[in-house]
Design a protein around this ligand. Structure first.
Ligand code: PHE
Length: 469
């Protein structure tokens, strides 16, 4: 439905632009006028925008969302939940409001799905932070307020077992209203309150079966991850403790649930301790910023980015200067769900096959039992890049992925570059990609795979002007 064409940009690189015949797309019932030079959303992506897996209470993503929400709200119910935001947002919401520099790579069209200059499919739930800070403004009278946002997010990416162009994130934030020290008392009330809040989270942490061992060499803060001027050292220290203990609580809840289910199913290699570590990070709208990683089955898994929210965001949300301090985090749900429920292929999260969906039920963590393994079928596509376009590969691998995904959808398991060769005499460059066609639900026939492969090949010739080998 959306034919594409190659347009030469001023920098001389060839870009794959969608030349939408239709000048409009409809997403979640809203019609948007597209800019054909910018628009790179495809039918297959638009079809995913109303799935809302995070709201399905018996779906692994929905079960995990619910588990984390309940845990975080088990202490004082201070998090207001926002789970119905639609995926189309403005560049202002997704980037500008958060202080993304104009040349930040996250803004590029090879990574992000754009509809026109001003509208895109959100790349993270942080796109709704500003609005949520505005919406909890009246809740902060009780000196503390927070929110949790869960939603589907979109990023153009490669195709394999752990990457899908849509996944789910949960965003969380807490803010405290600052107060002056009252006469006669040593500490302002908000400091006393944050200390109490930290204690409450620590008490919860102590109740977990398997205790978490935390290493944190991000402290003391250094100049590459500095604090904000407007906060005192004590506030930074307390806010970060509350943030870090809250995230650790989420991590220990999730992994303890997993360990319990491993014990019940008498699995091998049940971990006796949970190791996590804090590392420095950078996000334009938090300072300082960190990430947490957990040691799981022999590797460090990145779980969550976070930091102390920049005053700028709070000012934009209508708070008075120096009125509030707080933190925010963002966590990817799909990879954690795959690990918890032992789901080997990310496409399964999107299947409507009852053999998958029937295996899960609200509030319980169980291991997925593969119903059958349908064989994969490999096909190689090898081609010479046009001589005058040597950079096509480096710049546009995601476009190639998109072409394949648009033709074969969830019937592609993975696409891998298997050969990259430059002819020594002519300087001509050739690439070979190996596509694994495999359905999760049924056997594919040879004829069907051949037809898909033929379409992919001719699309590549048409879109890229490549010469097949
Ligand atoms: N939005 C960030 C991401 O997608 C995560 C994040 C959220 C970091 C909130 C800091 C604060 O990577």
């Amino acid at each position: 439905m959306f034919p594409n064409s190659i347009v030469r940009t001023r920098t001389g690189l060839y870009r794959l632009y969608s030349t939408l015949k239709a000048q409009h797309v409809e997403i979640n019932g809203v019609k948007y006028t597209t800019n054909p030079k910018i628009c790179n959303v495809t039918d297959s992506i638009i079809n995913l925008t109303d799935k809302a897996l995070h709201l399905k209470e018996s779906h692994p993503v929905g079960i995990l969302r619910d588990l984390i929400e309940k845990k975080l709200n088990s202490i004082d119910k201070s998090f207001k939940t926002f789970n119905n935001f639609r995926p189309v947002v403005t560049t202002m919401e997704n980037f500008d409001s958060l202080g993304f520099p104009k040349d930040h790579p996250g803004r590029s069209k090879s990574d992000t799905y754009y509809i026109n200059e001003t509208h895109l499919l959100r790349t993270h739930t942080s796109a709704h932070e500003l609005e949520c800070f505005q919406r909890i403004k009246n809740n902060i009278d009780g000196s503390k307020a927070g929110f949790l946002i869960s939603a589907d997010v979109y990023r153009r990416d490669e195709i394999d077992k752990t990457h899908y162009p849509v996944f789910h994130q949960m965003e969380g934030a807490t803010i405290w209203k600052r107060t002056e020290a009252k006469d006669g008392s040593k500490e302002p009330t908000h400091i006393v309150k944050i200390r109490d809040d930290i204690k409450s989270v620590e008490d919860q942490l102590k109740k977990e079966n398997v205790k978490i061992t935390v290493s944190d060499d991000t402290l003391p803060l250094k100049e590459d991850n500095p604090k904000q001027e407007y906060m005192t050292d004590l506030e930074v220290d307390l806010c970060s403790q509350h943030l870090k203990r809250s995230i650790e609580l989420v991590v220990s809840e999730v992994f303890n649930k997993k360990i319990t289910s491993m014990v019940e199913s008498k699995s091998n290699d049940i971990p006796k301790q949970l190791k996590v570590r804090w590392i420095n990070a950078y996000f334009p709208w938090t300072a300082p910023s960190w990430e947490i990683e957990v040691w799981w089955q022999g590797e460090w898994l990145e779980l969550c980015g976070c930091g102390l929210i920049r005053q700028d965001v709070l000012l934009k949300a209508g708070y008075k200067p120096s009125e509030t301090i707080g933190w925010a985090f963002g966590l990817g749900l799909d990879r954690i769900a795959m690990l918890l429920f032992e789901i080997p292929d990310i496409r399964l999260l999107w299947t409507s096959d009852e053999r998958f969906l029937k295996q899960f039920s609200k509030g319980s963590i169980s291991s997925f039992k593969p119903y059958s393994k349908h064989p994969g079928s490999f096909r190689d596509v090898a081609f010479w890049l046009p001589m005058d376009k040597p950079d096509v590969h480096q710049v546009h691998e995601n476009d190639l992925m998109e072409i394949i995904r648009n033709i074969a959808g969830d019937l592609v398991e993975s696409v891998k570059l298997v050969d990259d060769f430059t002819h020594p005499k002519t300087g001509r460059k050739s690439l070979c990609y190996r596509i694994n066609y495999q359905s999760m639900d049924r056997n594919l026939t040879n004829a069907e795979v051949n037809a898909l492969q033929d379409t992919v090949c001719s699309k590549l010739v048409e879109e890229y002007g490549v010469r097949l080998r």
